[in-house]
Write a protein that binds this ligand. Structure first.
Ligand SMILES: NC(=O)c1ccc[n+]([C@@H]2O[C@H](COP(=O)([O-])OP(=O)(O)OC[C@H]3O[C@@H](n4cnc5c(N)ncnc54)[C@H](O)[C@@H]3O)[C@@H](O)[C@H]2O)c1
Length: 439
């Protein structure tokens, strides 16, 4: 039976390499669609968790994993040999950057080499990690072809960018459209056929590089617009009596041609911060400089420092020497309602403050403990006593579950870097992007 028929009859076996934020929900969705699925990961803890029907990602319910594991539709392993029995192999490994912010595609290379060992004719390999244009064809394809098989002839190869937005309850794996770009038309068609079995809308493009670039455009669009609003927030603060939050709310009433972005302590996670650097690195290969990207990065990455400066100023004007201040920081995750702390601006703020302030506590219900510069921190309970104990409370991540009324009532002094406490007028409350007029 050829792969198209196997897909249509739900007889294709699927391997998902890398079962993290992207791979795990994908595994569950594919298994629920009726395909025997196996997750492959180098992390045996994740493998064991899946095998025991446990979840390690907020958005994926343990009962959903357990249901497909109990039905023998989902399994997990650290052993790549299972690839030999799989018709479709989807690679979802990390694509971080190096300390000097160059792309690190070594995880793609490592998994590509491992998949190549078990590659057989007729199989479909899909790369889903976010990366610069040409990675599929110039990095992964040659590694897979070390098997002796040719992409587009002996096996199929495509790039399908991941758009998952952790914490987003409205758009999930199945309800978010996917873009599909194969190295040949038949690779694209086969990949489209597979994804259309469990995703509502599939958009085919002419090549993997278009799909790769489209993903980067989406994330760079966010990064540049966040930088713009972060810059305007600073202008509003400097002018005084001009509230960026009110400005964005007003502009958002335009029903076309405008999309709101909000200021904050910076950007984080595994995407918006990193992905623009992948493209600017690639551009340099062609003597091209992506100035928008560099400028946006500069502004966004300065935000944790700006928040820290504003905090020190708030402490100073209230007569609190920063070295003796006691701070309570609310939120450590990189965005609200998730437990992901990768590149979190809240943690960057903490890191900067560690040099200046001795007594720092934090609270984050999603992040029970933290290690920053070899110092360990435990999340303290968010109680009236904890709020009263602090000379200043700083909202860094606006988790929905925080009791903002209590936070405002009990804090002596408050800096809200997310406008989570949508109030103005209280003299103890300071908000990023707004300063009242000087009296
Ligand atoms: N997290 C998101 O919201 C998101 C959204 C869109 C795209 N992406 C992209 O998806 C990719 C994966 O991101 P993620 O957030 O799922 O990362 P993650 O760190 O949560 O998961 C990646 C997994 O791959 C495993 N892994 C690493 N090397 C491996 C190897 N050689 N073989 C098998 N497993 C290996 C890791 O142990 C980990 O479990 C990245 O390219 C990222 O940019 C992420």
């Amino acid at each position: 039976m050829d792969l198209a028929n196997k897909i249509l009859e739900h007889k294709a076996r699927v391997a998902v390499v890398g079962i993290g934020y992207v791979g795990l929900p994908l595994c569950v969705e594919i298994a629920r669609a009726g395909y025997h699925t196996v997750g492959i990961d180098v992390d045996s803890k994740k493998v064991n968790a899946i095998r025991h029907g446990k979840s390690f990602i907020e958005d994926v319910r343990a009962q959903d994993i357990a249901a497909v594991v109990d039905d023998h539709m989902l399994d997990a392993t650290t052993d790549y040999r299972v690839c030999g029995r799989c018709d479709i192999i989807i690679i979802c490994v990390p694509t971080p950057f190096t300390p000097t912010k160059d792309p690190d595609v070594s995880y793609i290379e490592e998994s590509g080499r491992a998949v190549a060992r078990y590659l057989k004719p007729g199989r479909l390999v899909i790369l889903r990690s976010t990366t610069y244009p040409e990675t599929t064809e110039k990095v992964l394809q040659p590694l897979l072809e070390k098997s002796g098989l040719k992409a587009g002839k002996d096996f199929h190869l495509s790039f399908v960018p991941e758009r998952i937005d952790p914490g987003n309850k409205k758009f999930t794996t199945s309800t978010t459209p996917v873009v599909v770009g194969g190295v040949t038309k038949s690779c694209t068609r086969l990949t489209e056929l597979f994804f259309s079995q469990f995703v509502e809308k599939v958009f085919p493009v002419s090549s993997p590089r278009v799909a790769e670039m489209s993903k980067l455009l989406e994330n760079i669009f966010r990064s540049v617009n966040i930088a713009l609003v972060n810059e305007l927030a600073q202008m509003c603060e400097r002018m005084g009596n001009l509230d960026i939050w009110e400005v964005v709310a007003a502009a958002s009433t335009k029903p076309f041609g405008f999309m709101p972005f909000y200021p904050g302590p910076g950007i984080g996670g595994h995407c918006i911060l990193i992905d623009p650097y992948y493209l600017s690195w690639k551009a340099r290969e062609y003597d091209f400089h992506l100035n928008f990207i560099e400028l946006a990065a500069e502004t966004n990455e300065s935000m944790p420092y700006r928040v820290t400066d504003r905090l020190l100023e708030v402490l100073g004007t209230n007569g609190i020497p920063c070295a003796r201040a006691r701070l309570l920081l609310l939120g450590a995750a990189f965005k609200k309602d998730v437990e992901d702390i990768r590149n979190s601006p809240a943690i960057k703020v903490m890191e900067i403050l560690l040099d200046k302030v001795r007594r720092i506590e934090y609270h984050d219900p999603f992040v029970p403990e933290l290690k920053i510069n070899s110092r360990k921190f435990k999340s303290v309970p968010l109680t009236r006593a904890a709020l009263r104990r602090a000379d200043c409370v700083v909202v860094l991540t606006d988790h929905t579950c925080f009791d903002y009324r209590m936070i405002l009532k009990e804090s002596k002094l408050l800096l809200d870097a997310r406008n989570a406490i949508k109030r103005r007028g209280a003299s103890k409350l300071h908000t990023l992007g707004f300063r009242p007029a000087k009296r």
